[in-house]
Design a protein around this ligand. Structure first.
Ligand SMILES: *[C@@H]1O[C@H](CO)[C@@H](O)[C@H](O)[C@H]1NC(C)=O
Ligand SMILES: *[C@@H]1O[C@H](CO)[C@@H](O)[C@H](O)[C@H]1NC(C)=O
Length: 458
């Protein structure tokens, strides 16, 4: 592993940001599902947030290769809770203040007397300062990993393209990423932001009628989640939490148990503090709650329903068109290819695309009744889609032709069915032939039967 040294000023600036020491981290921090911090997936970043592992790039050592293009699909960074969760937090803290037993334990006294529900509804899902840092640091690390692609010059000449979801937290994230690229170049010019908004690409899920009607607004589609929420594992967690709080169990609804768990995560991801709420949960409670959130993502956004993956067809085609263009043989007189394309969206953007690519698909689907046999599952949202999660497509120019490698959260991931870490690009295309030749958003999302003409919206 190579730890990259940065100019002093930048180190000082960033040093301030690495707030909590590992000792302050709650023992359940790696189980927060989509509310997990990126550094709890990549613990080396807890020591040095700018450390880069150069060995993750794995083109065959026998061939001379150089990276020619990077497409990065990135989730926004840490954010405030949404209004729904802010309301639950207030309900929970009110309940615990007024009805829980007076705390005999220090953490319960802290919750009751010192802790304040400081969240207000106007915060609704906005990117927090820590979330800006998530993206800024990611940009610095990627520019170290890909110095020729994310070079100062390429950024300055606007060779790198930036596309974002229109949501405020994504726009703020793309700006923070650009700050990261510029700071590395130590550019003192005033910040200039440059991105395109494209919800057809980054928020395809809300435009796919088959998905919205068949899954999102369809209670039976999420039956497994509901069953688990009232099943024996969750009931046992609820009983233990109610007991620790000295509350009658019926007062502590499953929603409020989840709110307490999320509170521990928010206090950590927003303020880097080890909240007294975290003491409510032991590791086995956290694993059950993590499973509940994995079930939800699996059935709502991933392999649980084929349409979820198919709704990402526009993004899939966009990525491969970009790669095709970048890998095309060119004469020396041709313009140089686009070095990088940065796409910023949501967990709801990444999960369907990862599913469409066939990743994290376990033999047995997770259900309400097989928690016990799912401990070794690869579908762990805490690891796949933490804040600032990223899916990187790296195109190499090699002696035998272009090769493509995938990194998820800066670790190598293989294409299903292909043996190499960086297979030939034409082999990747062959593996996804059925999608490259099909995967039509309108046919999949509007139903196959209707002889609809081309919809001007796409
Ligand atoms: C760096 O990446 C390689 C390849 O994935 C991995 O085997 C190695 O353990 C990583 N090193 C560290 C320190 O994370
Ligand atoms: C709702 O989901 C169930 C289970 O996946 C499915 O059988 C049903 O067709 C869906 N309903 C609609 C309106 O799509």
């Amino acid at each position: 592993m190579l730890s990259v040294l940065l100019p002093g000023a930048l180190c000082l600036l960033l040093g301030r940001l690495s707030g909590s020491s590992p000792a302050d981290i709650p023992h359940i921090a790696a189980y927060f599902g989509t509310k997990t911090r990126y550094e709890d997936v990549n613990p080396r970043l807890l020591q040095d947030v700018l450390s880069v592992n150069m060995s993750v790039l794995m083109p065959p050592p026998t061939e001379r290769c150089s990276p020619v293009h990077l497409t990065a699909v990135i989730r926004h960074g840490s954010r405030y809770p949404t209004v729904k969760n802010i309301r639950r937090i207030h309900r929970l803290s009110e309940l615990v203040r007024t009805e829980a037993a007076r705390g005999s334990e220090g953490w319960l006294r802290d919750i009751q007397s010192r802790w304040e529900a400081w969240y207000t509804e106007d915060m609704d899902g906005q990117l927090v300062m820590k979330g800006r840092e998530d993206l800024l640091h990611l940009a610095v690390r990627l520019s170290v990993l890909f110095p020729s692609l994310l070079s100062e010059e390429n950024v300055r000449k606007r060779m790198v393209s930036f596309i974002s979801s229109s949501k405020h937290r994504c726009v703020s994230s793309v700006e923070a990423f650009q700050d990261g690229l510029r700071r590395r170049g130590r550019h003192d010019a005033p910040p200039e932001y440059d991105h395109q908004l494209d919800d057809e690409l980054m928020r395809f899920f809300e435009r796919c009628r088959g998905y919205v009607e068949g899954v999102e607004n369809n209670r039976t589609a999420l039956m497994e989640v509901e069953k688990f929420q009232h099943g024996e594992e969750m009931e046992a967690v609820r009983r233990r939490i109610a007991e620790r709080l000295g509350l009658p169990q019926h007062r502590l609804t499953p929603d409020l148990v989840e709110a307490a768990f999320f509170l521990c995560s928010y206090e950590l991801s927003i303020r880097s503090v080890h909240s007294p709420w975290c003491f409510l949960f032991d590791e086995s409670d956290a694993k059950v709650l993590e499973y509940q959130s994995d079930l939800k993502q699996y059935w709502k956004r991933s392999h649980g329903h084929v349409i979820s993956g198919l709704s990402s067809c526009p993004l899939f085609h966009h990525v491969f068109r970009t790669l095709d263009k970048a890998g095309r043989p060119r004469r020396s007189t041709d313009a140089s290819p686009e070095p990088a394309s940065i796409l910023v969206g949501h967990a709801e953007t990444l999960l369907p695309l990862l599913s469409l690519l066939g990743l994290y698909k376990d033999q047995t689907p997770p259900t309400a009744s097989n928690y016990q046999s799912q401990h070794g599952r690869t579908f762990r949202t805490s690891r796949i889609v933490p804040y600032a999660a990223n899916l990187l497509f790296i195109l190499f120019d090699c002696q035998r032709g272009p090769r493509l490698q995938l990194l998820v959260n800066e670790s190598p991931v293989r294409f299903p069915g292909l043996q190499d870490d960086a297979p030939l690009y034409r082999d990747v295309r062959a593996a996804y032939r059925h999608l490259l030749d099909g995967c039509d958003f309108h046919r999949e999302c509007e139903g196959r039967s209707g002889g609809r003409g081309p919809n001007t919206e796409l």
